[in-house]
Design a protein around this ligand. Structure first.
Ligand SMILES: [Zn+2]
Length: 179
């Protein structure tokens, strides 16, 4: 009789170790999404899964006004695992999902290492300018690295510094660099 090997729990250190095989995130609960947005969210979530980036169980709300997102294009709330989207741009869909992934999957050590790597004033200190916080730079890097549109050689070169941040956070190159 074969013994089933015990599951090894690997603790991520400063360099995040990601699963080698595709992972599957739980289906989010969607509120106010039309068929186009439902499809786009599905594609984006699949993209995270294909890269082994696991998302938590999310509730995603779509709004017609910016007030519901405190004047931003989107908002992620870690306490309730809720995403509010106030624009239908692809960037914000990936950006807010990236916040959810970082909240769910990044260790404190990795966040701190990223802050130092990009010379951000903090990960998420409310006193620091919004766009300079590590959490925002990380979400932008994940969004840029994961989008499904092909990158031309020129774009890949021009945004190499963002793609390098994607690699730093996920431990694997951006799928947009695959030919
Ligand atoms: Zn953000």
């Amino acid at each position: 009789m074969k013994l089933i090997p015990r599951l090894l729990i690997v603790t991520a250190t400063a360099t995040l170790v990601m699963a080698a095989s595709p992972d599957h995130s739980p289906e989010p609960a969607l509120y106010g999404a039309d068929p186009t947005l439902t499809l786009e969210i599905g594609v984006a979530i699949d993209r995270f899964s294909q890269q082994g980036l696991t998302l938590p169980e999310l509730s995603i709300y779509f709004h017609d006004d910016l007030e519901s997102c405190d004047g931003h294009g989107g908002l992620f709330t870690g306490e309730t695992l809720q995403i509010d989207l106030c624009t239908d741009t692809t960037h914000f869909i990936y950006h807010e999902l990236a916040h959810a992934w970082a909240h769910h999957s990044l260790t404190e050590d990795t966040r701190q290492a990223f802050v130092e790597h990009v010379e951000a004033p903090s990960w998420a200190n409310g006193n620091d300018p919004h766009d300079q916080r590590g959490t925002e730079l990380a979400a932008d890097a994940i969004a840029h690295g994961l989008r499904t549109e092909a990158l031309s050689d020129a774009e890949a070169l021009r945004t190499a510094w963002v793609l390098e941040r994607y690699l730093f956070l996920t431990g694997r190159p951006s799928p947009r660099l695959e030919t």
